[in-house]
Design a binder for this molecule. Structure first.
Ligand code: ZN
Ligand code: ZN
Length: 643
């Protein structure tokens, strides 16, 4: 018999070789019908895998991320099965789950698969899913697996097998389909009740543009038809909020092929919005004891050889810029940290000087393949609200707390209400792959945990997710459409202080290495603005929005009066414009609504006589008549609630 410990701490006994499904059935049949996979001693496995030893067990359903992943990954197999039926001889690349659904990369030879074919493929998938085919797992030797794919003539799977070690290879089958796969998978195909194939795109094999371009088919599945309907509604809403669409309509930014792909051009309204974000952060940072620094957009290649970035990313980055003197090479700055290390080194430091916090809105350049570029979220040049904190090991906790406060302030001011703190720590088993002393790591890890605990945040701890150079804290933010974004990274670094030989003189008169903390609450301003646009659907918080008011004269006669009102409002720090076009006021209201201007002030004979404004609020309509002072109080109140 083996002992199975459930998450609530209860222990049940089973025959050796029992499966997670058996455990589920022993609790209730209803539960068993919903179990997609299981976490056995921390590892996600098939719910139909036999358990051989005493184990901790967590049953995974659609409510767990890993449950969804398992379902979507299994759906990718069904997609491949359908494609093999419809396109005999098709070659298969990879088919992983993604954040929302799954894809499969395929090589259909001379056949072109287009969006028009998706309905047919979907139908075939539905037919296959209904067959209630069980997924099965088989361990297979490398030579057998190679023979299988040689016979099938699938060079992509052979390429994948090349990188796998004998003894670690498994095949999964369902129906008449077999795939090279690590698993896990759902018990059988009937768990998948609703299927939607979403789009077709090109994707280079292994993401390398030197390789052949395959066809990538995206899809998503659900255990209930209702959930698919809801998801499609969300997708519609997301389309409406696409930052590329709204950015254009609101005249915030643009791109020019002539300037270059992935290099955003900020238009006046966007630049002003960005400036407001920068000023907001600069003010908060100044209050939190940061010191501004400014560094150039390029740095000598040597700088990045020292930092290690050149060795790690050099080949996949923009190549060095050469000066007329051939011996000089410079790199476009891919990150600001090395420059800031040199600033730290510009004078001797004592323990009394620490922490030192250098902040810079630093623009960096990173090469992204053209196929990876996407609006403002994936670009080749972007500005970080970067800062580097140099402190003593015992100061890490205090510094973390302060950075968390800053991040929370940003979230509040921009109405991000749902988020989780994700702490990435070392692998529990293998501590050899990390640099820095064990003692410092333990100090930093517990400092981060304590700092987060102290703030009472919703937290997840991920073991083994730390970088080799230090633990970190990320904020996973849920936007208004329920999509998750990683924002506000805080990262401890033992590597760069070592490489740049940073020092301070301790109270013991000895030389010590400071700990470095990288942090950027916005991350990239470009990406942040994109996320913000989609989160608020272009309805920015009042303090940030390009135009706070649109002043709409009832007829041309009142244009001058309206300009006077605007001047008065400017004195109250309220910004906006007069819509003096020769249009009906109804049309002006509609246009102001489309441009997402928060307040509209309508002015005609009556308003001028009484010295009042007729106020409309975006999305709400008429909110009454008031004088300028009352209106400015209203605006001030709304802003004060956030910043
Ligand atoms: Zn698989
Ligand atoms: Zn950094």
């Amino acid at each position: 018999m083996i002992k199975i410990t459930l998450p609530d701490g209860s222990v049940r006994e089973f025959e050796k070789g029992a499966t997670s499904l058996d455990v589920a059935k022993s609790i209730s049949e209803g539960l068993a019908r919903n179990v997609l996979a299981a976490k056995v001693n921390g590892e996600v496995v098939d719910a139909f895998r036999a358990i051989q030893t005493d184990s901790d067990l967590q049953l995974l359903t659609w409510n767990d991320d890993e449950g969804k992943e398992t379902m979507w990954h299994s759906s990718a197999h069904i997609l491949a099965e359908a494609l093999e039926v419809l396109y005999p001889g098709i070659k298969l690349g990879i088919g992983p789950p993604i954040e929302n659904g799954f894809y499969y990369d395929v090589d259909a030879g001379d056949t072109v698969i287009t969006e028009g074919d998706l309905v047919t493929i979907e139908k075939k998938m539905t037919e296959l899913a209904r067959q209630k085919n069980a997924f099965s797992r088989k361990e297979i030797s490398k030579s057998e697996a190679v023979a299988h794919y040689q016979q099938k003539g699938d060079e992509y799977k052979l390429d994948l097998l090349d990188g796998l070690e004998d003894g670690s290879i498994t095949f999964y089958s369902q129906g008449n389909f077999t795939d090279l796969c690590r698993g896990p998978h759902i018990p059988n195909t009937s768990f998948i009740k609703a299927i939607k194939l979403l789009s077709v795109a090109g994707a280079y094999w292994r993401g390398n543009e030197k390789n052949k371009q395959l066809t990538r088919i995206y899809g998503i599945t659900f255990p209930k038809a209702k959930e698919l309907t809801e998801h499609l509604e969300l997708l519609e809403e997301a389309k409406k909020r696409d930052h590329r669409k709204l950015g254009k309509e609101m005249e915030l930014f643009t791109f020019s092929q002539k300037v270059g792909q992935g290099l955003p051009l900020w238009l006046p309204k966007g630049a002003q919005l960005r400036e407001r974000l920068e000023n907001f952060m600069k003010k908060a940072q100044l209050e939190a004891g940061y010191l501004p620094v400014i560094t150039p957009h390029i740095g000598s290649k040597e700088l990045y050889v020292t930092s290690g970035h050149y060795e790690k990313y050099g080949a996949d980055s923009f190549q060095p810029i050469k000066t007329p003197n051939e011996n000089e090479e410079f790199l476009l700055k891919p990150m600001n940290c090395p420059h800031h290390c040199e600033i730290y080194k510009s004078k001797p430091r004592s323990y009394k000087d620490l922490p030192v916090r250098y902040a810079e809105f630093g623009t960096v350049y990173r090469y992204e393949q053209s196929g990876e570029l996407h609006g403002l979220t994936r670009v080749r040049g972007f500005t970080q609200d970067d800062a580097h904190l140099f402190c003593r090991p015992e100061q890490v906790e205090e510094e973390f707390k302060k950075v968390i406060d800053l991040v929370l302030y940003v979230f509040k001011a921009l109405k991000f209400e749902e988020f989780t703190a994700q702490i990435s720590l070392r692998d529990k088993e293998d501590k050899t792959k990390y640099i820095g002393s064990d003692e410092n790591w333990e100090k930093a890890e517990s400092a981060i945990i304590n700092a987060v605990k102290g703030k009472g945040l919703k937290t997840v701890i991920e073991y083994g997710e730390a970088a080799f150079y230090g633990p970190k804290l990320d904020f996973m933010v849920k936007d208004a459409l329920g999509r998750k974004w990683q924002l506000g990274t805080i990262q401890v670094d033992y590597n760069l202080p070592e490489r740049f030989e940073l020092e301070y003189i301790g109270s013991d008169d000895q030389r010590h290495r400071p700990v470095m903390i990288h942090r950027a609450p916005f991350g990239s301003l470009e990406r942040f603005v994109a996320v913000l646009i989609e989160h608020c659907g272009g309805n920015f918080p009042l303090w940030l929005t390009p135009d706070q008011v649109a002043i709409l004269p009832l007829s041309e006669k009142y244009n001058e009066n309206c300009k006077e009102v605007l001047n008065l409002l400017n004195k109250y720090d309220i910004r906006g414009f007069v819509d003096d076009r020769n249009e009906k006021v109804g049309k002006k209201i509609r246009d102001a609504e489309v441009s997402k201007v928060p307040y509209m002030l309508i002015i005609g004979e009556k308003e001028i006589e009484n010295g009042t404004l007729s106020v409309r609020k975006h999305g709400e309509g008429d909110i009454g008549v008031m004088n300028i002072e009352e209106f400015s109080t209203l605006v001030g109140k709304e802003i004060d609630e956030l910043v």
